[in-house]
Write a protein that binds this ligand. Structure first.
Ligand SMILES: Nc1ncnc2c1ncn2[C@@H]1O[C@H](COP(=O)(O)OP(=O)(O)OP(=O)(O)O)[C@@H](O)[C@H]1O
Ligand SMILES: [Mg+2]
Length: 308
């Protein structure tokens, strides 16, 4: 069977990807600007250039680092800009297998039409290959080694075989790239094999400096009650203290949420600017994560903001 029917089927099922396509953006300086303006993501040009270099070499990239540092969102946005169309996201879990990422057959349709294109349901990895789009494989450590090997085989050969359809589908351009994310410190995470690590390039994420964290919070702040820079700087300081002490380490994602909730609280209270009370009250719902660590949070907050 020619692969044309399969290609047509993918285009039909994932028509939104083509409808939402745009001119790819591949120059690092421009990517940095678009990430900031369109995606509200603050990313270092060095990181962007490294990822672009890896894509040019056709190598998948592993983003590794602590939670809430933007790995997933930055990966998805970079892949989308590079390909000029929305990236596919594969959220990993233990029982992920080829049927979930390449495709499977609708049981009733297969009984009626046999294993044919009409009964075939293409899944994200195959769709990305056909549509020349990127794939974000989120939390790769949660998947089995067998699944990782399957992905690496597809990435290396840039083709997928669907035996039931007697079809081979090949990548059509450079848009098909893969970013993996992983957080080695998370609970219940497996190890990545040497074979896996040999094939990917690894970009290490870390918590941003306090200055950058302030920038991130301001970029993401979405309330019409202004929040002063000095307040945000102190919030970043609290987050920094907790990263050194608590088992739940707040990421920039938590600092962003903290500011957004403090802003809304200020608005409900009719304040014209966010004040210390709003920030401290919001801390109690945003930063209290693990039972038994409330005191640690209170301590860090009062150390930075004083007793309120
Ligand atoms: N560099 C950044 N620019 C803008 N926002 C950021 C950045 N880093 C973190 N954030 C904030 O964190 C959120 C995204 O975090 P994301 O889920 O991508 O992180 P992650 O590293 O994948 O975390 P996890 O390990 O928990 O999956 C954003 O919605 C934003 O609020
Ligand atoms: Mg993530």
């Amino acid at each position: 069977m020619a692969s044309d029917g399969l290609v047509e089927r993918v285009r039909q099922v994932y028509s939104y990807v083509l409808e939402e396509s745009f001119e790819p953006i591949r120059e690092p300086g421009r990517i940095v600007r678009v990430l900031r303006e369109r995606y509200r993501l603050l990313v270092d040009e060095r990181v962007v250039s490294l990822v672009v270099a890896a894509f040019l070499a056709g190598r998948p990239v592993l983003f590794e680092g602590p939670p809430g540092t933007g790995k997933t969102e930055i990966g998805e946005a970079l892949l989308s800009l590079w390909a000029g169309k929305p990236a596919f996201v594969i959220p990993c879990s233990e029982n992920y297998n080829e049927y979930r990422v390449i495709g499977d057959f609708h049981p009733l349709m297969a009984m009626r039409h046999g294993f044919s294109e009409e009964s075939f349901i293409p899944r994200p990895l195959l769709a990305a290959l056909v549509l020349d789009a990127g794939v974000l494989v989120d939390e790769i450590r949660r998947s089995s080694e067998e699944f990782q090997n399957l992905l690496l085989d597809v990435i290396d050969k840039r083709r997928i075989i669907v035996p039931e359809l007697r079809t081979v589908v090949r990548a059509r351009g450079e848009g098909f790239q893969v970013v993996f994310t992983s957080n080695p410190e998370d609970y219940g995470q497996g190890e990545l094999s040497d074979a896996f690590l040999r094939r990917v390039v690894r970009v290490v994420f870390d918590y941003p400096s306090p200055e950058v964290e302030v920038e991130i919070v301001k970029l993401r702040y979405d309330v019409d009650v202004p929040i002063d820079d000095w307040l945000v700087a102190r919030m970043a300081e609290v987050a920094g203290l907790l990263r050194g002490r608590a088992t739940y380490k707040p990421g920039p994602s938590d600092t962003v949420m903290w500011a957004r909730i403090a802003g809304r609280l200020a608005k409900l209270r009719g304040h014209s600017r966010v004040d210390v009370r709003d920030v401290v009250d919001a801390a109690s719902i945003v930063l209290y994560k693990r039972v038994g660590e409330e005191e640690l949070v209170d301590e860090a907050v009062s150390r930075v903001f004083g007793q309120v």
